[in-house]
Design a protein around this ligand. Structure first.
Ligand code: SAH
Ligand code: SF4
Length: 402
């Protein structure tokens, strides 16, 4: 049984300031540029004010310019007239019996207040040694992996860098991770020895992060900046279904940990399960993995493998998996299939998963079986979906013109 929290919406919902652009999601140089180009500060002051704002936004989690006490009052006023710092609205917040939390966040387009808002799901998974936030990169997904619930929802749109960060900022606020913040009633289940509830980020929510590369890159570079949110790049993992041309740039430019949704060891099966395989088949995908910048035994690639009953879970496939990955510093993450209404697959029995894991372990790979978390609130891998509808181009143009 899960608990659906009754939120006091007066504090959770912040009305969007129509027409005022957001400052969340701009790199520090772009932040300085925005302040200067909107004539909030002089060119001379740009960098200094940008550094002050950066600290307020990402270290202190402030959402109100008035609280930026080291910024001169007239500048604070101009900032408030020109920009917004809005975070997403919380539509629902659910807490699982196992402490997993799932939020449905709603974003409005501040530049086009007439556009219908979009909604995405974000999940927090507390464990004994870490607290992981599972972040979405798109509303829906263009890809159609046949075992994934998100894949049944058409892509509505890419999230902006600010919206990707907005999920992290809002989760931090709800979990009391900012200085002076209040923890939720259950304590937010802060992992042992940590001061923050959120220690790790995984780009494993809704969407394919490498089909929204520029925004994901901007957001992750801000999340990992040492003078800001300061989440170590070794604690950020980006999961891709295999968008090969963006794998090398991910390592070179973002430098985070990589996870690959492999799920099959033969092209004919992977074409069905992960259809992007038709574009970039296994051979090309694994070559890109071998060349991932910074790859070493200390920085392995995680290969995700969903266990589908009678589809991809035989001993022969476990052995083939080991053969395919030879020479790549790798971890193998076996994920029991999480069912959703209308899915055409079943979960492999646990004895089958154990046998598969055994073969992979004996070949020298760590292969933890991912315990499904938050199943009661439908928060496990591949179960995320929102009701946001894709609008026709005609409708979108009509709304934007109002
Ligand atoms: N789009 C990216 C990241 C999001 S999905 C990707 O595909 O990698 C995160 C992981 O959950 C992926 O490995 C995905 O294949 C897996 N997944 C999707 N649906 C699932 C389901 N129903 N049960 C278990 N895992 C699932
Ligand atoms: Fe999209 Fe990933 Fe789901 Fe495939 S598994 S449909 S890439 S979200």
């Amino acid at each position: 049984m899960s608990i659906a929290l009754n939120l006091d919406h007066s504090s959770a919902v912040r009305p969007v300031a129509a027409g005022r652009p957001s400052l969340i999601g701009l790199s520090k140089p772009l932040l300085a540029e925005a302040l200067v180009s909107h004539e909030v500060v002089s060119e001379k002051e740009g960098r200094m004010r940008a550094s002050q704002l950066w600290n307020w936004l990402y270290v202190n989690g402030v959402t109100d310019f008035e609280r930026m006490t080291n910024v001169a009052k007239p500048v604070r006023q101009k900032l408030a007239e020109t920009f917004n710092l809005d975070r997403p609205e919380i539509v629902t917040e659910q807490v699982s019996v196992d402490g997993t939390r799932k939020w449905l966040f709603r974003f409005r387009d501040p530049q086009n207040p007439n556009m219908p808002p979009v909604e995405v799901e974000t999940v927090y998974i507390p464990e004994s040694d870490r607290g992981t936030l599972c972040v979405s990169s798109q509303v829906g997904c263009t890809l159609t992996c046949s075992f994934c619930h998100t894949g049944t929802q058409k892509l509505v749109r890419n999230l902006t860098a600010g919206e990707i960060l907005g999920q992290i900022l809002m989760a931090r606020e709800r979990l009391g991770d900012f200085p002076g913040g209040a923890r939720p009633d259950d304590g937010g289940l802060v992992p042992g020895g940590e001061t923050r509830a959120i220690t790790n980020i995984v780009m494993m929510g809704m969407g394919e992060p490498l089909y929204n590369y520029d925004n994901v890159k901007a957001a992750l570079l801000i999340a990992s900046a040492g003078d800001g949110m300061s989440i170590s790049k070794r604690r950020i993992t980006l999961s891709t279904s295999g968008v090969v041309p963006y794998i090398e740039p991910t390592g070179r430019e973002i430098d985070v940990m990589l996870a690959i949704s492999l799920h099959a060891v033969r092209d004919d099966l992977r074409d069905v399960l992960v259809p992007i395989n038709k574009k970039w088949p296994l051979k090309e995908l694994l070559a890109a993995c071998r060349n991932y910048p910074g790859l070493s035994n200390a920085r392995r690639i995680t290969f995700e493998y969903v266990m589908l009953d009678g589809i991809n879970d035989s001993d022969a496939e476990a052995r083939e998996l080991v053969r395919l990955l030879a020479g790549i510093p790798a971890k193998i993450n076996l994920i029991p299939f999480n069912p959703w209404p209308g899915a055409n697959y079943g979960t492999s029995p646990s004895s089958r998963i154990e046998r598969f894991a055994d073969i992979v372990n004996k070949a020298g790979y760590a292969s933890p079986v991912r315990t499904p978390r938050g199943r009661d609130i439908f928060a496990a891998c591949g179960q995320l979906k929102s009701e946001s509808e894709r609008l026709s181009k005609k409708d979108r143009d009509a709304l934007a013109a109002v």
